[in-house]
Design a protein around this ligand. Sequence first.
Ligand code: PLP
Length: 377
Amino acid sequence: MRMIISTIVMNEEIQYEDLYKSNMSFFKEFRVAFDKILESGWFILGSNVSDFETEFSRYCNSNYCVGVASGLDALYISLKNYNFPIGSEVIVPSNTYIATILSIIHSGLHPILVEPDIRTYNIDPNKIIEKISSKTRAILVVHLYGKCCEMDKILDISKEFNLKVIEDCAQAHGAEYNGRKAGTFGDFGAFSFYPTKNLGALGDAGAIITNSEEFYERVKSYRNYGNKVKYENHLVGVNSRLDEMQAAFLRIKLKYLNDIIIHKRKLADIYYSNLSDYFIKPYIDNRYYDVYHIFNIRTNHRNKLKSYLLENGIHTEIHYPIPPNKQLAMKGIIDDQATPIAKEIHDTTLSLPISYSHTEEQISRVCEVMNKYASYE
Ligand SMILES: Cc1ncc(COP(=O)(O)O)c(C=O)c1O
């Protein structure tokens, strides 16, 4: 097989993500916001945080939002809200990012893995009931890669078995299922604004959305040492505050989030229209409005394809190379739970470039190089 397709391909490296380029169009507004905060002398829990909370809850069609320090904290604080007995079980997909699992463990709870649907990569609702025990208290769903889970089926199960539902929306800002936004199906939607996310800060940041006033008051207090009034603690809380600077940057980017999503969906269309059927592409049907935080394909010999693309100047990622239950840190915690479908996904998945900084020409180039590979195989 000839490995280098053409010199044109080699002329331009296509990065998986370039955060400088993705943020470049916001620099002017960022600088104005930065100067304002610098001159205001107010850095923690000020008007940028409260305005962002209002604007983000409005964007998600949710009643309340609480800004926190990260996506992991958003999940952890949501779980802590319930004060479940230590050792209670939480259902979670077996192929999620490790942070979802860690939030359960840090809350003193036990993750019970449920395999994903091999088509959608999201938790398979048909496999949940068999994992429910007398200790199960909640289902923590993950809208992986920017596609929502089948929330109607999951909510039916939660009602039947009296379980709480929390949504990990770290990869799904603006994603919809049957016209309803991610984060508004369960008690809580937990978001990460890690810089590479569709709504990415310039550092760590996260948020929790909820429709419950009671839960809102509790998590808002919990993120700030359990205060309601300064120096009066009624909860054993934590310090997990979204800071003014990140909130200001997020307010700017939130205005463009729909543009970012539309751009990524256009790039996804190029993949769908041009990529050879040799590659398994993300599942679509009209229930889903996908936001493509990640556009992954699956193929056997994934590692060979990844190397081949790199030789042709195209950078890719693997989300994720090791399933949670195979991580060393999970020894004795969840390594006894068999997850063949998660393994299959982790062994065959490859994430292709799809960011706000990529052009349609670049994505067409990726398709061209991949199709050449397919024709050689
Ligand atoms: C699915 C999922 N959950 C949770 C997180 C944790 O978010 P953070 O890195 O902001 O703590 C991430 C971040 O990558 C994620 O992808």
